[in-house]
Design a protein around this ligand. Sequence first.
Ligand SMILES: [Zn+2]
Length: 62
Amino acid sequence: MSFIMVRACHRCKEYVVINPANPSNQKIIKKFELKHARHTIVTLSISEVKGYYENVGKKLLF
Ligand SMILES: [Zn+2]
């Protein structure tokens, strides 16, 4: 059972993990939300997206 939450885009089938304790994570989420601003972004448990959606967190790091 995992309580890790993610921000996910339904249209692109991509997600980023939410980690409030990590400052660079906040930048990643901001970038993700800007990139998918006109799409459908939702907050889900990671278990709902893993295997179906792609984790793009590393791509948005720099
Ligand atoms: Zn999208």
